[in-house]
Design a protein around this ligand. Sequence first.
Ligand SMILES: [Fe+2]
Ligand SMILES: [Fe+2]
Length: 214
Amino acid sequence: MSRNYTNIDRAISFFDKLLKNNNKNTCSTYFRSNPAEDLLDSSLSDSEKKHSAGLMRVNHAGEIAAQALYKAQAMVARDAYIRQEMRQSADEEQDHLYWCESRIHELGSHTSIFEPVWATGSFAIGLFAGSFGDKWNLGFLAETEHQVVEHLNEHLSQLPVNDHRSRAIVEQMKIDEAAHAALAENAGAYELPQTAKKLMNLTSLVMKKTAYYW
Ligand SMILES: [Fe+2]
Ligand SMILES: [Fe+2]
C-alpha cells in the first residue's frame, strides 16, 4: 500500500514539475557541469542557428520522454535493485535535459510545445513495457538507449561543424546513453523482438519530425 502511494507521489511530482516548467531542480544525484561550458560560442548563420535549435529541441524532447519512460519503468519494476538503477538513469537524464535546454535558449529558440504529449505518451509506454517483467523492462531500456545512440550519431553528422557547444553536449550524451544500455544489459536485459524494435523506431520518428519544428 505504502509503495503505491510513493509511486503515485513520484508520478505526480514528475508531471507537476514538467507542467510548471520547473525541471531545473537539483534532484539529480550528481548534477554534472555542462560539457559546453568551457567552449567559445561559434559564429553561426541564422539558418545554422535555426537548424541547430531544431536538432537540440528534438534531443530535449527525447530527454523528456526518457525521464518519463524510466520513471514509469521504475514504478513497475519488481526487483529493488533494478528499480533503483532505473531511477538512477532517470536522474542522469536530468543533466541532459538541462544541457539541451540551455543550448536551445542560447540559440534563441524554445523547447517543444508538445512536451506534455511526449511525457504522457512515454510514461504510458514505460508502464506497458514494465508490465512484462523486469528482464523485458530492461530490454526495452537497453533498446531505447541503443536507438538514442544511433540517433545522436545522426545528429552529429547533421549539426553545423562549427557548432562546438551543441556538439560537445551531444557527444557527452552519446557516451552516457551507451553506458545506460550497458547497465541494463549487464543486469540481464532480454533482447526485444525485431517487430518491437521497429515499432519503437517508428514512434520516435514521429517525435523527432514534430519536435524539430515545434
Ligand atoms: Fe539522455
Ligand atoms: Fe539514457
